[in-house]
Design a protein around this ligand. Structure first.
Ligand code: 5GP
Ligand code: ZN
Length: 157
């Protein structure tokens, strides 16, 4: 299992650093953010060290988001949140500060609860959408090939 000695979330996963844990199984851990945006702000992580969302095997991504869904439901039922934002930052350009994959599950109470995500939409026609879609599809076929290769290897072991 990948582990990084200098990674704060690896240390939390191994209980070398304490955290307020709300869910745990063999592969996934969820704990409260030490600097929460709102009451109940939770981080869901893989116990294994992966740098970010794009590096995580697909079976683990499913497990993490399944746990994130349960936490969101609990935030609404038990903390009486009015809603929830779920996000994961990939790389510094997107605001990632801890380089161990994690999903933020942020309960929302009202417009002044501390969360602010600002979309500034561009005008229709700013980008040539068929060309952009074509470029993305080229990338998807590479990912799909990679996935099939991974599954094949997995089948062999
Ligand atoms: P990022 O900006 O990388 O998406 O989010 C990292 C999050 O981890 C931040 O919201 C930050 O408050 C939280 N965090 C950083 N160090 C610790 C820690 O030692 N314990 C806990 N519980 N949360 C942490
Ligand atoms: Zn780590």
């Amino acid at each position: 299992m990948n582990y990084d000695d200098n990674c704060i979330f690896c240390k939390i996963g191994r209980k070398e650093i304490t955290s307020a844990i709300v869910y745990e199984d063999d592969e996934v851990l969820a704990f409260l953010d030490v600097n929460p945006v709102s009451k109940g702000h939770t981080l869901v992580v893989t116990k294994e060290h992966f740098k970010n969302f794009n590096e995580v095997p697909k079976n683990l991504i499913s497990k993490v988001f399944s746990v994130a869904q349960m936490i969101s439901q609990a935030q609404i039922m038990e903390l009486h949140a009015a809603g929830c934002n779920i996000l994961t930052n990939i790389n510094e350009a997107a605001g990632q500060t801890v380089m161990h994959f994690h999903v933020h599950v942020i309960p929302r109470y009202d417009q002044t609860d501390g969360f602010n995500l600002d979309f500034t939409p561009k005008a229709i026609g700013t980008f040539n959408l068929p060309i952009v879609a074509g470029d993305l599809k080229k990338g998807l076929s590479v990912s799909y090939t990679h996935l099939r290769a991974h599954e094949t290897r997995h089948d062999l072991v």
